[in-house]
Ligand binder design. Structure first.
Ligand code: 4AD
Ligand code: MG
Length: 431
């Protein structure tokens, strides 16, 4: 007897097979039951008849949702069935029958209920679909860097340097060495790696103790970061355009069916090709103030500001050259405008906002030391980082892209919480 996965049904038409999975839905009458079976690879309708199953039918016709089963039957082509095939059942073996009714049903549940039951919610078709798109997106991200000669550098999660904003650090006790922090970024370590490998990237979980309860903030999220020696900010932006276009176009091509099932209109995503729009921070500020925002020079753009800006553009837009004082210490001071840095945030269209933060890095030892002091960071902890500016320092640049925000944009979701298997938010670390 051939054991197979539902996705392989096309290869087994007319043959008896065995599948194993769960009852996702069921309709039964006295004579026939239609079981919708989910096996991790797909869904199929299994038709179980009393005439074929005999006494066993009594139990099959009452099977609770999420019962786990082994089902034997013949694969038959049927265009009206989900997936285009159905299984004419000859044998059913119950592996486990739920003791209680499955808590997630067809009725509407609130987000809190669903998040409390995230471990069960992950079985819902919408969640399965989002996880599949995530898997595809991540694969294309890695493939892009592989094809473009970037080497993977796994950066540490325990660190003793702060990469971004000291107010969002998580600290942990680190034996006799005192406090260590959970990584906010792998960037500083990537900068060390470019001296040996030229073009590198890291991809891992990132931690930010941000007290933001917005639809785009997680406490733990996945960031992919790239860093390249001898890249100035212009090359950095060209790399980002090429990268974002690649991952978006490949993901929507491969997952068109899934995105349609999420009711995501992919036409706007098809437009995500270079060149992206570029405006300066100062121009963005003028636009925002003209539209009634009370943002002032030296403030970071808020979520509403970003939404407003993106509504004006049909492709992603870079906001370039922020004031030095709102951005991280490592960004390169603008040679002509010392109050600014050579950086850009990339905003995704349709109101999604920032998905990338990036910059050229300060490669001058003394300027970097000054920035470390101005940001009230302890130069002792940055000894190794400053060393990189002592031995063959070169111009270099990089960026970091948030996977959950990018996925929520691609899938057209309102909130990032559905884009990660087990979201961590201020008020949620369970399940
Ligand atoms: O702009 P950020 O803070 O940049 C860095 O960490 C740089 N070190 C990256 C680099 O140049 N190597 O974060 C980068 C991206 C943001 O644009 C956003 O997409 C995502 O990470 N991000 C978050 N995503 C979800 N929840 C949060 N709390 C996030 N904070 C940042
Ligand atoms: Mg940022």
């Amino acid at each position: 007897m051939t054991e197979c996965y539902i996705k392989d049904f096309p290869r087994h038409v007319g043959k008896e097979v065995v599948i194993r999975g769960w009852v996702s839905n069921r309709r039964s009458s006295g004579k026939v039951s239609f079981l919708l079976i989910r096996d991790g690879s797909g869904l199929c309708q299994a038709i179980a008849e009393r005439e074929v199953l005999g006494d066993a039918y009594q139990e099959v016709k009452k099977l609770p949702l999420e019962s786990s089963l082994e089902v034997q039957g013949k694969v038959v082509e049927e265009s009206r069935s989900p997936g285009g095939y159905e299984l004419h059942v000859s044998r059913v073996e119950i592996i486990h029958k739920p003791q209680k009714e499955f808590p997630i049903g067809k009725k509407e549940h609130g987000p809190d209920f669903l998040l409390n039951n995230r471990h069960l919610w992950l079985r819902s078709s919408r969640q399965i679909t989002i996880m599949r798109v995530r898997d595809t997106l991540v694969r294309h991200i890695r493939e892009y860097f592989y094809k473009n000669d970037f080497t993977l550098i796994d950066s540490p999660i325990f660190t003793t340097t702060c990469g971004e904003d000291t107010s969002s650090l998580f600290s942990v006790d680190y034996f006799d060495l005192g406090k260590a922090f959970l990584s906010q970024t792998g960037q500083l370590y990537l900068e060390a790696a470019i001296f040996g490998l030229g073009k590198v990237y890291c991809f891992g979980p990132t931690f930010r103790a941000e007290r933001s309860k917005t639809r785009r903030h997680l406490i733990e999220f996945w960031m992919v970061e790239a860093e390249a020696a001898f890249f100035d900010q212009d090359r950095n932006l060209a790399l980002q355009e090429d990268f974002v276009s690649y991952i978006v176009q490949n993901t929507i091509a491969e997952r068109a069916e899934e995105l349609a099932s999420l009711e995501r209109d992919i036409e706007p995503l098809r437009k995500v090709v270079p060149p992206f729009y570029r405006i300066s921070y100062d121009d963005a500020l003028a636009i925002l103030r003209d539209k009634g925002s009370d943002i002032e020079w030296g403030m970071d753009l808020g979520a509403d500001d970003e939404t407003l800006i993106t509504s004006l553009y049909d492709r992603p837009v870079f906001i370039e050259n922020y004031p030095r004082k709102v951005k991280a210490f490592y960004m390169k001071q603008h040679p002509d405008k010392p109050e600014y840095v050579k950086c850009a945030d990339l905003l995704a269209p349709e109101g999604y906002g920032e998905i990338i933060g990036g910059s050229e890095r300060e490669n001058d030892h003394d300027k970097l030391m000054q920035a470390i002091r101005e940001n009230n960071l302890d130069p002792e902890r940055y000894g190794w980082y400053l060393d990189l500016r002592k031995y063959g320092s070169v111009p270099h640049s990089g960026f970091g892209l948030g996977v959950e925000r990018t996925l929520s944009w691609i899938c057209g979701l309102k909130h990032v919480r559905e884009t990660i298997p087990f979201p961590r938010m201020i008020y949620r670390a369970y399940p």
